[in-house]
Design a protein around this ligand. Structure first.
Ligand SMILES: Cc1cc2nc3c(=O)[nH]c(=O)nc-3n(C[C@H](O)[C@H](O)[C@H](O)COP(=O)(O)O)c2cc1C
Length: 377
């Protein structure tokens, strides 16, 4: 079978070309020191980015109240720019576009809680898995947060990134605002569907303004969404709601849409929403058409997995497969797909250039990344 289509050049709406249809999925490697980039991250990202046309970093927090895990990148202060610049260079040197993912974990900011930085969320309410105090955001907190995303964008530009991706997914604060489960506010930032999407869209507009102020037409604006939020009885929003939010995001203008099928969902690549005949990929492609590029992924470990959706999307994101095999794409190009490593032992994991902290954390599967385990461990 030929996989030539994976290696087509594709063009973003701003005119920037990606050398192939493969994206390195954002994956936090837990290896920053106090938010600062470390040497191990540079060599690791350089080796993995060589597989793709566009590589997204793990999520970087935009302020101290939004830190979810130890070892997360910071883009919250100007003195982060130097290290972030080295990371951008490591990715670009590998031939990929370098994208910094910007995030705020809201109520999920366990590390901010641990270090006494304070945690806030749209609504003060109890969550069974949260054992720290959560404050309800004031109007001022909301405006400051929008500004923090804008400042983070400015830093990403100064650090030399090709673009940013907004983490409007995986239960981060922007999703917490959009969700009718976690946003019970009765002001203009909560209540009905349009009020609940106001914050994500205000952040998008804000970062877009910063990009325009800098006047770099080549800067890429990516937008990552979780297509629905359904946990048993608790429905935060349905795919129709997210399609509508995305329609508004397309009006503001994004270069690509990254539809996350993980982050509590753990769907298959070709999953369909409940009561739908079309896959998530088909539903979102119908909306984006040629307005922006669409990436989708999940559980891609072989080229056949990519084949399942490549006709319905513009590109595919690849996460864990790149952790397991730094030569994933080369093996496909060289007709050696049968040699791709798709499952791994703890011993092998320590020998493939992953940062030590990531290896260590994957060695304690009981308390780490239960939702996104590595095949074989
Ligand atoms: C170690 C690890 C860290 C992750 N960190 C992030 C992150 O920082 N931001 C994000 O949007 N998704 C994150 N994810 C989710 C991935 O982007 C991706 O959606 C998920 O791994 C499913 O794709 P895969 O099956 O190809 O791995 C992470 C996944 C893994 C395995």
């Amino acid at each position: 079978m030929t996989y030539d289509k994976f290696f087509d050049t594709i063009t973003l709406p701003n005119g920037v070309k990606l050398s192939n249809r493969l994206m390195m999925a954002p994956m936090c490697d837990d290896s920053a020191e106090q938010g600062k980039v470390t040497e191990q991250q540079l060599s690791y990202m350089n080796s993995r980015a060589a597989n793709v046309g566009i590589a997204v970093t793990g999520y970087a927090y935009v302020n101290d109240q939004g830190i979810q895990v130890e070892g997360q990148l910071s883009v919250s202060r100007d003195d982060d720019i130097e290290g972030l610049g080295k990371l951008a260079k490591a990715i670009k040197d590998a031939g990929a576009k370098a994208i910094l993912q910007l995030s705020h974990a809201g109520r999920e900011s366990g590390i901010s809680a641990k270090y006494g930085k304070g945690v806030y969320a749209p609504t003060k309410m109890a969550f069974p898995w949260v054992d720290y105090e959560i404050k309800e955001m004031t109007e001022q907190d909301i405006h400051d947060l929008i500004n923090d995303f804008k400042e983070a964008t400015r830093r990403a530009i100064l650090a030399g990134y090709d673009g940013i991706e907004i983490h409007n997914c995986n239960h981060d604060i922007l999703q917490q605002f959009f969700s009718s489960y976690s946003n019970l506010r009765d002001d203009e930032w909560g209540g009905n569907h349009s009020n609940r999407m106001k914050l994500p869209l205000a952040v998008l507009k804000g970062v877009k303004e910063v990009i325009e102020e800098f006047g770099n037409k080549n800067f890429i604006l990516g937008w990552r969404v979780s297509p629905e939020e359904i946990h048993g009885e608790n429905v935060g929003y349905l795919v129709e709601d997210m399609l509508d939010q995305t329609k508004h995001a397309l009006t503001i203008g994004i270069d690509y849409l990254n539809v996350s099928l993980s982050g509590g969902l753990n769907y298959d690549l070709d999953a369909k929403p409940r009561d739908h005949d079309e896959t998530f990929a088909e539903l979102f492609k119908k909306l984006t058409q040629d307005k922006c590029l669409l990436f989708i992924g999940a559980h891609v470990h072989h080229p056949e997995d990519i084949m399942k959706v490549i006709d319905q999307t513009d590109g595919v994101y690849i996460g864990r497969a790149l952790l397991l095999d730094p030569e994933f794409t080369r093996k496909i190009r060289e007709n050696r797909a049968g040699e791709i490593v798709a499952a791994i032992s703890h011993k092998q994991l320590a020998q493939i250039g992953l940062p030590d902290r990531l290896v260590k954390n994957y060695s304690s599967p009981d308390n780490y990344q239960k939702g996104i385990p590595l095949p074989g461990l």
